[in-house]
Design a protein around this ligand. Structure first.
Ligand code: PBG
Length: 329
């Protein structure tokens, strides 16, 4: 199509008023697009602020239930749980990960009991339970794939048993989606969704999260033998295609804003719902700049999330979810 010449074409006509701008807006951010990640800790009626994530705290189960109630009342469709596991439960074999009564599973049950309408998403990765901070089992310094997948399958089943609606494998082991899907089917969990962290990069943007879940000091080495190289793009599409073919219902790109090109390619290529994770480092940068008065935090919060909708995402995991829901009214 050729673009008409001035003055037949004036792009400013449709920008002239708020109503016209709303009318022609191609994509919009809504409360339905949001998944709210929350950190859970042990104890009662208490919380611990996460210093690198202003406004975010680790909540005890009773408080996370209250927060889930608030989120649901604001219209947020899903909450994603990340447990802060006490050091005494961390081992090399990670068995607390599939304990039916571990912190995450207790929190899931409590939320599904009190706030059944909010979807609960859980994280399937061994790092909170692993003495060395890795997402898979480590043997002689090597993160072993197939043994990790066996552990992850047990973990996924325990989470589904506890009532999780969406499992979020964030471990990046090969073959875990297929193994989890067939185990879920065999166990009768035919409606449990898998939102695969399919294109998850080895990123420094996860720093504040590792503080939040208490994994920072523990991690030996890095996660580059399983998470993606930031230089790669085509591999993300191959991973997404692989995970969808193994039974993932939805896929994720992570981190978010620095990887918008991947969000766009993924949503252009596959019909499946693509989610972005606006990770802890992205959140912390916005909060820090806003706290210094260098940017308008509320405006950047919305604009940074609108970008994901423009890039074709179905939704976003964001620590801003409840703030956004309030801002959108
Ligand atoms: C670990 C996991 C990580 C995040 C979610 N799940 C960190 C990592 O891979 O080291 C990061 C989330 C964030 O930074 O907000 N399985």
């Amino acid at each position: 199509m050729t673009i008409g010449q001035h003055p037949a074409t004036r792009f400013r006509r449709t920008k002239a008023s708020p109503s016209l701008r709303r009318l022609v807006r191609q994509t919009s951010l809504g409360v339905d697009d949001l998944i709210w990640p929350a950190f859970v800790r042990d104890g009662t009626d208490d919380e611990t602020p996460v210093s690198s994530m202003p406004g975010v705290s680790r909540l005890t189960i009773d408080r996370v239930v209250k927060a889930a109630r608030e989120a649901a009342d604001l219209g947020v469709p899903a909450i994603c749980l990340f447990p802060y596991i006490d050091a005494s439960f961390k081992t090399e074999t990670c068995e607390d990960a599939w304990n039916p009564d571990n912190l995450s599973n207790r929190a899931t049950r409590a939320i599904k009991d009190a706030v059944p309408e909010i979807a609960v998403m859980t994280d399937v990765a061994l790092d909170p339970y692993n003495i060395n901070g890795h997402d898979g089992i480590v043997r002689d310094g090597v993160i072993v794939n197939d043994e990790s997948v066996e552990a992850l399958v047990k973990m996924a089943l325990a989470q589904a048993d506890a009532g999780a609606d969406i499992l979020g494998p964030s471990d990046m082991m090969d073959g875990r989606i297929g193994a989890m899907r067939s185990a879920l089917e065999s166990a009768g969990h035919t409606n449990t969704c898998i939102l695969s962290y399919a294109a998850k990069y080895a990123s420094a943007f996860y720093g504040p999260f590792r503080d939040a879940v208490g994994a920072s000091g523990l991690l030996t080495g890095d996660k580059k033998t399983y998470q993606m190289d930031p230089g790669n793009s085509d591999e993300a599409l191959r991973l997404i295609e692989r995970d969808l073919s193994e039974g993932a219902d939805m896929v994720m790109v992570k981190p978010g804003m620095p990887y918008l090109d991947i969000c766009q390619r993924a949503s252009d290529t596959f019909g499946a719902p693509v989610f972005a994770y606006q990770v802890s480092g992205e959140f912390a940068m916005i909060k820090a700049a806003a706290a210094n008065g260098w940017v308008d935090g509320d405006k950047i919060m919305i604009e940074s999330l609108q970008a994901f909708k423009r890039a074709g995402c179905a939704g976003i995991l964001t620590y801003f979810a409840c703030d956004v829901a309030r801002a959108l009214g």
